[in-house]
Write a protein that binds this ligand. Structure first.
Ligand code: HEC
Ligand code: HEC
Length: 252
């Protein structure tokens, strides 16, 4: 692993006791971060995160391309699955999941692509992905009970979750100028609380936000935001839509 060799190089050039202490600290920090990443994330996932895959795919929901666990469900155990999928990624593909094409990835080596495909094929479909049996969080607002698929508050407090707060910050930095501060709607773009209250699903919200609607003035955020960041924005807007979070900066 590359990262482990850095302290060694520094160590060779440092003389003296204070210097040695520094080297020890540096090597400790480098080692922990190195092992944690390696243990927590399979190599195929790391390669996918290093490429552009996650601007169009997520593990358990459709963005522009199919959810990776849906690909696994369709192909796992089929003969030739690895070759079919590696070819699709390297040469580009269209037709299996709809009429939106996936671009070719000539920059990926065959070995790295195979590593990514093996990782994708290990993914399992979770209940949350199908929506059935997904956990609901209920809140009472002015005597009315509302529910969301995600927690709005940190357990036992009136402080919003980190995700909802991040969503608030990102919304108020990037979406407000067209969709209105506090997600109340602007003169230029629709009221997103109304979109959600009228039944827009989370995956639809994600896919419009990622792809954009250029001809209608809605920019594409793929490549700028990750799906997880758009999901935070969705959570903030939904928390506003059900009126659990009011205007202004939420408590955090
Ligand atoms: C610009 C958006 C975009 C990017 C970037 C992208 N994909 Fe796709 N991907 C798609 C679309 C759309 C499809 C569906 C194609 C089809 O219907 O056959 C797809 C399909 C797939 C499939 C299923 C192929 C099949 O034959 O069913 C796999 C596996 C996949 N992508 C992996 C990846 C990986 C790995 C990366 C990164 C190296 C990546 N994608 C990057 C949009 C994208
Ligand atoms: C430059 C202005 C602009 C910015 C900035 C902008 N949007 Fe939009 N957005 C639009 C317009 C215009 C539409 C309506 C498109 C249409 O008519 O279908 C739209 C539509 C949408 C829709 C679909 C709503 C519906 O009911 O169909 C979603 C979801 C959305 N935007 C999310 C976002 C998010 C999230 C951000 C911030 C990351 C954002 N937008 C930033 C202009 C913008």
């Amino acid at each position: 692993m590359k990262i482990r060799s850095i302290p060694t190089i520094i160590g060779a050039g440092v003389i003296g006791v204070a210097g040695m202490a520094l080297v020890t600290m540096a090597s400790y920090a480098a080692d922990t971060s190195g092992t944690t990443t390696a243990a927590a994330m399979p190599k195929g996932e790391m390669l996918a995160k290093g490429s552009d895959c996650f601007s169009c795919h997520a593990i358990n929901q459709k963005i522009v391309g199919p959810a990776f666990n849906a690909v696994a469900a369709k192909f796992a155990g089929k003969s030739g699955a690895e070759t079919t999928l590696s070819d699709a990624i390297m040469k580009g593909h269209v037709g299996t999941w709809g009429n939106v094409p996936m671009p070719a990835h000539p920059q990926l080596s065959a070995a790295d692509t195979k590593e990514i495909v093996s990782w994708i094929l290990t993914l399992k479909t979770t209940t949350a992905a199908t929506g059935a049996g997904a956990k609901k969080y209920t809140y009472t607002v002015k005597g009315k009970t509302v529910s969301t698929d995600f927690p709005i508050f940190q357990p036992g407090t009136k402080k919003v979750t980190k995700s909802v707060f991040t969503g608030y910050e990102q919304y108020n930095s990037y979406c407000f100028r067209c969709h209105g501060a506090d997600a109340v709607g602007g003169s230029y773009a629709p009221n997103l609380r109304r979109s959600l209250n009228n039944g827009m699903s989370e995956s639809k919200f994600l896919s419009i936000a990622m792809t954009g609607k250029k001809s209608k003035g809605m920019p594409s955020w793929a490549g700028f935001f990750t799906p997880a960041q758009i999901q935070s924005i969705y959570q903030y807007v939904d928390a506003r839509a059900v009126a659990v979070v009011s205007e202004g900066t939420p408590k955090h």
